[in-house]
Design a protein around this ligand. Structure first.
Ligand code: SF4
Length: 365
């Protein structure tokens, strides 16, 4: 059987050789996508590139991981509210809040329902009009259009028992916040191909101008990532700072107009904290005033909880690329997927989980 063209070992080798030929000094590149982080670890791209002096560091590319503990605490509080069913994607269930997680809360009687799409939650609200159904809306710009569609659907159905606890976040403002941090190590950015596929490239142009660094929209297969690295390195070696698209088979300049219109209809940029990064101006999405009737924060009395992570968890440093997960003293010892101290070890897209699955067994063995 022919190998996948973007996972082909010879193509990977040719990319690595091309990068090595182009490099004259060490460079540090950041990706902001949990899918890319996992692909880098799974295929050992960091190790293939290290001899050429290329360091890959990982940014806050996992929406589950950047959801603050305070938001998870609010989700748990809602799930414990009589008459409320909290609907969530499965990967949020074991992410710790300040105390317990949704899974533990469910075992103790809270009503938590795993759904596979926001429309599942709308259908549940339709089937169970006696209950209030709240969808815990977590994700980047890639998943927010489906949430927007669910709100439109709930309105069309006249559902008064459906609402959202919104935790959607926007990637470019978070990248801007990282780049504005003193002493960051980021010399070029691999922009997440799935976000660019929806939103297009335009949001990154101001970052390229303001911070004068290469930004390359990059896909998820190993050859995609290596091609993105090659384009970024080529710019760095040439002293250039441009916005480039190395994922043309999925990303267009304008992105997906339909998805953007859905987003703009229902959501507006908002300022909320990210786990590890704090408050990021316009780094989140909130329901527009016209859709406040679907906002769980307006419908239910929710306390503003303080942010409170496990004291030994260094997720903030991991999510900002200042620490490699294996450098966390708890990694693989007190923090493992079966008893995680922080979100990056739980989520399928978390950096700590990626290192645990693809690196720890080798190094421990
Ligand atoms: S290894 Fe565990 S404790 Fe350390 S930063 Fe990652 S999630 Fe937190």
């Amino acid at each position: 059987m022919a190998s996948h063209p973007y996972r082909d070992r010879d193509a990977m080798r040719r990319c690595v050789e091309a990068i090595a030929r182009r490099v004259s000094q060490p460079w540090t590149l950041m990706e902001v996508c949990g899918g890319q982080t996992h692909a880098i670890l799974r295929h050992g791209l960091d190790r293939l590139l290290a001899p050429a002096g290329i360091a890959l560091i990982h940014g806050p590319g996992c929406p589950v991981c950047v959801t603050p503990t305070a938001r998870i605490d609010q989700a748990i509080a809602l799930a414990r509210t009589p008459g409320v069913i909290l609907c969530s994607f499965g990967d949020m269930l074991r992410v710790p809040g300040s105390g317990e997680d949704l899974s533990t809360a469910r075992a103790r009687g809270a009503r938590v329902q795993v759904v596979y799409s926001p429309l599942d939650a709308v259908r549940l609200a339709q089937r169970q009009p006696q209950d209030q159904v709240v969808f815990f809306a977590v994700g980047f710009e890639t998943t927010a259009p489906a949430t927007a569609l669910a709100v439109l659907q709930a309105q069309a159905l006249g559902l008064a028992n459906f609402s959202l606890l919104v935790a959607h976040v926007r990637v470019p403002p978070a990248v801007a916040a990282l780049l504005a941090t003193p002493n960051h190590r980021i010399q070029a950015l691999l922009a997440a191909g799935h976000v660019c596929a929806v939103m297009g490239l335009a949001e990154y142009a101001p970052l390229v101008r303001r911070f004068r660094l290469p930004v390359v929209a990059t896909g998820f297969e190993p050859v995609d990532i290596l091609q993105g690295v090659l384009r970024a390195v080529d710019q760095l070696e040439g002293g250039q700072a441009r916005l480039e698209n190395a994922y043309a088979r999925a990303v267009t300049d304008g992105g997906k107009g339909n998805a953007q219109r859905l987003l703009e209809t229902v959501f507006e940029p908002a300022t909320r904290p990210w786990r590890g990064l704090g408050e990021i101006p316009n780094g989140a999405l909130s329901l527009r005033p016209a859709w406040q009737a679907f906002d769980a924060e307006a419908r239910f009395p929710l306390d503003q909880m303080p942010e409170s992570s496990h004291p030994d968890c260094q997720a903030a440093a991991v999510l900002t690329g200042r620490l490699t997960p294996t450098e966390c003293p708890a990694f693989g010892r007190r923090c493992r997927p079966e008893h995680p101290l922080g979100a990056p070890m739980v989520s399928a897209e978390g950096a700590c989980a990626a290192y645990f699955h693809y690196r720890a067994p080798m190094e421990e063995g």
